[in-house]
Design a binder for this molecule. Structure first.
Ligand code: ZN
Length: 121
């Protein structure tokens, strides 16, 4: 498999890079004035609303407990297979239940349609 996101942190960094091309934006108040990044490299805190967040907040990954690794692997499969990927195939590839795979495919198709990781309003 040609997937090269070896660890969860690499995936988190990758999502942050795609999502915040022009700097980190607070998903709670949309401020980008002063965002503090914690040393765990995962949490941020906004100085304006004083709320904490991770890169997943405000995205379709927010309420998912799956590691981003599995999400990115699924993305990779969906976008690299011209014939498409079935939920059964995906469930085997990334070791999740078929029900989970089905839910992932639904979300991934939606993302590809609107070209954004942001949750629909
Ligand atoms: Zn804020």
């Amino acid at each position: 498999m040609s997937f090269n996101f070896d660890d969860e942190q690499a995936c988190i960094d990758h999502l942050a890079k795609i999502r915040w091309k022009n700097g980190v934006v607070c998903p709670h108040c949309l401020s980008k004035r002063k965002i503090h990044k914690f040393s765990d490299n995962r949490r941020y805190k906004c100085a304006d609303c004083r709320k904490q967040f991770t890169v997943r907040v405000g995205t379709i990954f927010e309420d998912s407990r799956l590691p981003l690794q599995k999400w990115f692997m699924a993305f990779h499969l969906v976008t690299s297979q011209e014939a498409g990927v079935s939920s059964l195939q995906l469930s085997k590839e990334i070791s999740v239940t078929q029900k989970t795979a089905w839910m992932m495919l639904e979300r991934i198709r939606r993302i590809l349609q609107v070209n954004s990781f942001n949750k629909p309003l």
